[in-house]
Design a protein around this ligand. Structure first.
Ligand code: ZN
Ligand code: FE
Length: 751
């Protein structure tokens, strides 16, 4: 007795080997029918014995290809049509594509086995891939995802690859970037005054150069890396000097998990994150110090190999721990085009390992950690982007362009929110160019007509993202306040539109409703009803405005101006440079000075008082320094940040730091007491607000909440009072998550 099912599978099911998988599964269960890529995912028609149909449905979920993410399986009983066999049908495409573009994938185990099998035609071939693995977003030029629309279009398949490509039983069936050493691109090593070396010889020579201490520019999936031996202090120092990167930590790539375990403390969750498909850089507590790799930091960021090339380099004898940092100068975006990289990196790299396959777009490595409140993504890029992170209740397409720092953009199509890769700091020309391209790219890929779009942008009138948003040809536009967007990003991840929450945004900077610099805000409300600011940090002044973020002592002047009996801070133990005095004068004369409630700047002030008096060399450095210092202390006291009249007052805490420093208390203990004071002050504020407004849920978002120690303190304090805390997990709590929050607000508050 034959029955039939019509099945629709939604999720990441295209470009991940799903149809061949369905084909094989149908064969295995002796079922007839067809499969095709439909407009809304994969469509299957199946007929056969009903017990076999049930078994098929069960295996469909359990055995799906590793890169697939099944969101939903919808099976409806239909009349059998008398099919005799099972076929893969051509893609159906009518309107605009709503299927998701898969993020890039790490090389799979089967391909790695072939890579090292001398009898395999792709032995030692650095571009080996299959439908379960390899590049996606970084090679796609346009949709549909077919080879002619990828950066592989200039390499026609030879007979061998072509046969695999057309064989439904093969794991390379319709693997768009498939290639072999005969028909495909390869790697070339270029050194000054030396002839180019290609293929395996290039990889072996590169490994020996790395062993000898050289710095190499290595082409990866989404851009160039600069690589050197992480255990060779002289190489690491040379890299810092040539890259003009004084102190910002470098990430490392380790040969395998065993080496990772030697370097850092890894719990099972962190190991899972490290080995997960996006292969992010994972921050974990260091066991040993690698000189110069992560100065003043007790964490180390590390990742596992993810391209065949990485495996080949390690197998060819490259040092087992490599610094692998985005190839750029200082904080500019990662280089990804060959000519630009060769020119731009000539002063930094001793040699170039150049892959011939072009990169369609820049995609940096992602950064994640297992935090106090679960896994958190701090930079969402390669391996994650441009995946959907949330489902928004919007039929209308929305483009949210993000803020100017740590920029990402979000495009909402048919309610699905796709968040772009990390674009970076838009004050760099290259990043701004990438910003414009990313917008164009996503809007075109999803074929969203501009006149349908609702555009959301940051309320900051001077942001480059704002100016650009206002120039775009969309019908409707909406300015969104920065910190409300932070809070909404958490609620968007959870699809909690009506949940009434206390939303806390502790952040570095953001344009407030009153035009002042916000960053210590507490809201009440919901995404649907809007957020009202109900409390905030006691205001300080910020001489020089946002530029003060570069100089902790300059930020300090704006806070310390309110402290009575200020000692002479140019003297020990403070040793503040002259900039402090001149900034204090600006504050006193009220020249170029702006009101602020930024918790980020409060951290800078505390850091300056505890000893960080130099300019920072990367965003958030002083606060990170303070957190690391506090981790070394075990004292349990805290400085008071009383909450009254809806203000969180930092003045008693700063006075206490001044006194403790003057009487010679250790800087680590002071840092610890300050951090715990912030947590206690916030916990008091939350308890009081929760009682007044009868709310039991708290949302925490904003750059300050990347501080793990602070989160741990807050969690233990707040959870004791039965308040439930929600934080970001899919998008960063820093400004990388703002575009998602903007999009969510736009759904409910469109003009
Ligand atoms: Zn593979
Ligand atoms: Fe922010």
């Amino acid at each position: 007795m034959s029955s039939a099912l019509s099945i629709r599978v939604r999720g990441i099911v295209q470009g991940v080997g799903f149809r061949p998988f369905v084909y094989r599964l149908a064969q295995a269960h002796k079922l007839a029918g067809w499969v095709l890529n439909g407009e809304e995912g994969v469509q299957i028609f199946l007929e056969g014995e009903s017990a076999r149909l049930d078994a098929f449905l069960r295996d469909l979920r359990v055995q799906a290809p590793p890169a697939a993410r099944i969101a939903e399986v919808e099976a409806t009983k239909v009349e059998p049509e008398g099919f005799r066999d099972f076929t893969i049908r051509e893609s159906e495409r009518r309107d605009r594509p709503t299927v998701r573009i898969s993020p890039d994938l790490p090389v799979c185990e089967e391909c790695v086995t072939e890579l090292f099998d001398p009898s395999n035609p792709r032995h030692h071939y650095p571009y080996i891939n299959c439908t379960n693995c390899g590049p996606r977003y970084s090679v796609i030029l346009s949709l549909p995802y077919d080879r002619c629309n990828t950066t592989m279009k200039s390499w026609p398949l030879d007979e061998y690859c072509n046969a695999e490509y057309h064989d439904p039983a093969n794991r390379r069936f319709h693997a768009q970037p498939v290639a072999c050493p005969v028909c495909g691109p390869n790697f070339i090593l270029r050194e000054e005054n030396q002839p180019d070396v290609a293929g395996q010889a290039a990889i072996e020579k590169s490994a020996s150069l790395l062993r000898a201490g050289s710095i190499l520019a290595v082409k990866g999936l989404g851009g160039y890396h600069l690589a050197c031996d992480a255990r060779n202090a002289a190489s690491v120092e040379a890299l810092r000097a040539r890259k003009f990167r004084k102190e910002k930590p470098f990430a490392v790539m380790v040969r395998d998990l065993a080496i990772a375990r030697d370097l850092v403390h890894l719990d099972p969750q962190a190991e899972a994150l490290l080995s997960s498909n996006p292969r992010p850089i994972v921050l974990a507590p260091a066991r040993i110090e690698l000189a110069g790799v992560a100065p003043d930091n007790c964490e180390l960021g590390l990742m596992l190999p993810y391209t065949p090339l990485h495996y080949l380099l390690f197998a060819a004898g490259a040092p087992e721990v490599l610094v692998m940092t985005s190839a750029n100068r200082s904080s500019e975006p990662i280089a990804y085009e060959d000519d630009a990289a060769l020119e731009y990196l000539a002063q930094i790299a001793d040699a170039f390992l150049i892959g011939e396959r072009p990169i369609a777009r820049r995609v940096d490595d992602s950064v994640a950690r297992v935090g106090a409140l679960g896994p958190a993504v701090l930079r969402r890029s390669r391996g994650y982007a441009p995946g959907a992170v949330a489902q928004l209740p919007s039929k209308r397409p929305i483009l949210a362009v993000g803020p100017d720092l740590k920029n990402t953009i979000t495009l909402v199509v048919d309610g699905q929110a796709f968040v772009s890769q990390h674009v970076g700091d838009l004050s760099h020309y290259e990043a701004f160019r990438a910003f414009r391209e990313t917008i164009q790219d996503l809007v075109e890929m999803y074929e969203v007509p501009w006149d349908d779009l609702l555009i959301a942008y940051d309320a900051h009138p001077q942001y480059a993202s704002t100016t650009h948003a206002l120039e775009l040809p969309a019908a409707q536009k909406l300015a969104v306040q920065h910190h409300r967007a932070h809070v909404s990003s958490v609620l968007a991840e959870k699809s909690e539109w009506k949940a009434r929450v206390i939303g806390v945004s502790f952040d570095g900077t953001g344009y407030g409703d009153d035009g002042s610099i916000w960053g210590g805000e507490i809201f009440l409300g919901s995404v649907a009803a809007g957020f009202q600011r109900v409390a905030h940090l006691h205001p300080a002044a910020l001489p020089g405005g946002d530029a003060a973020a570069q100089f902790p002592v300059q930020a300090a002047a704006g806070f310390l101006a309110q402290i009575d009996d200020l000692p002479d801070l140019s003297q020990p133990p403070f040793n503040f440079p002259d900039r402090f005095r001149s900034s204090l004068e600006l504050v006193q004369k009220n020249v170029r000075t702006f009101p602020t409630t930024s918790v980020g700047r409060l951290f800078d002030t505390a850091a300056a008082l505890i000893g960080f008096t130099r300019p920072i060399s990367y965003e958030g450095q002083a606060a990170i320094w303070l957190e690391q210092l506090a981790r070394a202390a075990t004292n349990l006291d805290s400085y008071a940040l009383p909450f009254s009249e809806n203000l969180l007052d930092w003045r008693p805490a700063l006075s206490a730091i001044l006194q403790d420093r003057t009487r010679g208390r250790g800087s680590a203990e002071i840092a610890r007491a300050f951090q715990r004071g912030i947590a206690l002050g916030l916990a008091d504020a939350l308890r009081s607000l929760a009682e007044t407004h009868v709310v039991d849920r708290v949302v925490l978002s904003g750059g300050v909440f990347q501080n793990e120690l602070l989160l741990e303190d807050i969690r233990s304090l707040v959870e004791a009072s039965r308040l439930c805390i929600w934080t970001n997990s899919a998008v960063p709590p820093n400004d990388g998550g703002v575009s998602l929050g903007q999009a969510a607000i736009a759904v409910f508050h469109n003009p």
